[in-house]
Design a protein around this ligand. Sequence first.
Ligand SMILES: NC(=O)c1ccc[n+]([C@@H]2O[C@H](COP(=O)([O-])OP(=O)(O)OC[C@H]3O[C@@H](n4cnc5c(N)ncnc54)[C@H](O)[C@@H]3O)[C@@H](O)[C@H]2O)c1
Length: 250
Amino acid sequence: MDFGLKDRVVLISGAGRGIGRVTALTFAAEGAAVAVVDMDGDAADGVAGEIRATGGRSAAFACDITQSAHVEAMVTSVQSTLGGVDVLVNNAGISRDVTLLKMQESDWDRVMDVNMKGTFHCCRAVLPHMKARRWGRVINLSSRSIFGNPGQTSYSASKLAIVGFTRSLSLEQARNGITVNALAPGFVETEGIKSHRSYAQLKEAAVARIPVGFLGQPEDIASTIVFLASEQARYITGTTVFATGGRFSS
Ligand SMILES: NC(=O)c1ccc[n+]([C@@H]2O[C@H](COP(=O)([O-])OP(=O)(O)OC[C@H]3O[C@@H](n4cnc5c(N)ncnc54)[C@H](O)[C@@H]3O)[C@@H](O)[C@H]2O)c1
């Protein structure tokens, strides 16, 4: 199927590794030009290099999305290097897993700053171009943990905030040809998770709770993001898609 993404410019935050990296490679395979954005500039360089090595168009941009001035400068740089952004994937996200009574205010603030404020900064910086062209796609990464996970009060709160943010922004932009959706993954087997010291036990415990009986792969999330960015998804906006293998509650 042709998703209509050839030569579209796609900006993905946190694309230096994990779900963001695989999403960048998947968009590149569809012929899109990909802005690989990450706080870790070397990781971003590596992914953009992988795309160029296979004949794709891509450039890396080192940026901390919590800083509005950095984001504005980064988006200006993406526009002059690859063109105006057609698709924005707000993927960069962090957790600081600790029970509430042990949580430091600085941990709470950092989770909110990256997951919520970073998404706000990126949307505000790219929407004017989408609005001018009357076409755009915004995909915001939420999480299954919005239904609750012990040790994740800050993360769950930030990811449920993304659902409300998505609904309101979708209504603001619906008449401008811009769709705004959220995607809530369940447990996804990324390099970061695989390197965890109790990975084997974690995996066994997670699989036991996932109705389909296996962990999600970054490719499962990337393909859903690409679909939400496609022409075919033009009638889907303001929703949250769950890619959780059928698991919802804790
Ligand atoms: N992996 C999972 O099981 C899972 C499940 C549900 C939701 N998610 C969500 O999916 C998204 C991607 O998850 P992942 O597991 O691939 O993450 P990851 O930790 O593997 O990668 C996140 C990337 O974001 C970058 N980043 C962090 N803070 C940043 C900042 N301030 N500015 C710019 N870049 C920054 C990091 O450098 C890193 O490269 C996140 O939003 C996460 O919350 C992941």
